[in-house]
Design a protein around this ligand. Sequence first.
Ligand code: EPZ
Length: 423
Amino acid sequence: MDKFVIEGPTPLRGNIAISGSKNAALPLMAAALLADSPTTITNVPKLRDIYTFNNVIRVTGAHVEFDEDNNCLHIDPSHINHLEAPYELVRKMRASFYMLGALLGKFGEAKVSLPGGCAWGPRPVDLHLEGMKTMGMEINLDKGYVLGKANDSLPGGTFTLDPSSVGATVNLLLASVLKAEEFTIKNAAVEPDVVLLAKTLNKMGANIEGVGTDVLTVRGVDKLQGLEVDNAPDRIETGTYMIAAAMHPESELTITNANPVDLGVFPKTFEKTGAQIEINGSEIFVKAPKELSPTSIQTKIYPGFPTDLQAQWATMMTQATGKSIVTDTIYFDRFSYVPELNRLGADLHVDENSVTIKGQTPLEGASVMSTDLRASVSLVLAGMVAEGRSDILRIYHLDRGYEKLEEKLNSVGANIVRTEQEE
Ligand code: EPZ
């Protein structure tokens, strides 16, 4: 297992290019299986989760070729002959559960393992399954697997997501576009990843009305054609590097290949800290303030403050000159990073689904443990402003969601070395 050794503090100055979005690419990969012809997805990041999903898709017999030099994925669904997604792969990555919607939606039959997912709390899929039943699919659970069956044409109906769910919206779109007479999803997720999927499905020949709103009506079509689609830049990576640029008073970064529109309220909230930003098309210039103003946030569904930036924000608030509160209304226990930050000298206290951060606390390097993807990158952010050496253990979590993290940060002045972690 690898670890990062980080020497801090280091100001960050220069340019960082944003990679393609993991969470936008995964639904597009699943959608490719619905087509009768091959699909090419460009701007796909070289991340563990993408490789994992490539292997999940290959189990079905589909051909997947990842042109790594060009970040290009070619998926040919014409040889699918095995309608399963096995536990040993699905447990590695929750989004593999999209195979249920894709295989049921195309072939009317699927055996897909229930997902494992990140460590914080149970992550249910009840909305996925109830929505498919509402549409007319037969869903049974058997020894940790979902066994699904669907006739060629299903009546459809109306299903309300409570709470709104990115994954359930994705899975129900995949399941319905070829199968359902007419199926309406209410309180659908409007995250950019979902909007890109719906737009792409329509380009493939689907009939989805209400794209971009929280009411989606699908009218089933006979077939879908593969296409070439450009994956979105990673909005969470973008927000992460903006936060990195604000944490040391002498930092200034130009973030390129971004899509600022996908950030929702984040830039406006970010400016409340005193950080200066200038947005020009796909470039975001960030200049750190001399002092960070404490700014409390509550996570919300898009376009609200994204839960995937919650840990990074709390980390930045350790350097703000006063108290702030970070509340996660999406995941009530996504605070596994807190004890690790406190080991570095921060002063965070969790109470139910909020963490109170007392700033400003100088951070001292120490050994800390990654626990999940977004908590891990927060420890890297902290290590870059902590005095002295920090060892960040179990960084395989990072490799799931941040392409070339240490290369990108070292190119703008960080001092991060990836080494073997002694057992
Ligand atoms: C997606 O997960 C993202 N993953 C997550 O990013 C992100 O944190 C999350 O959306 C919220 O934005 C991918 O896109 C691959 P949800 P997902 O279904 O779809 C509840 C990362 O760091 N719920 O929108 O699993 C659920 O418990 C990952 O890249 C049900 O109750 O999230 C949660 O409280 C982590 N029943 C809320 O909905 C269900 O059937 C939102 O979850 C499904 C969800």
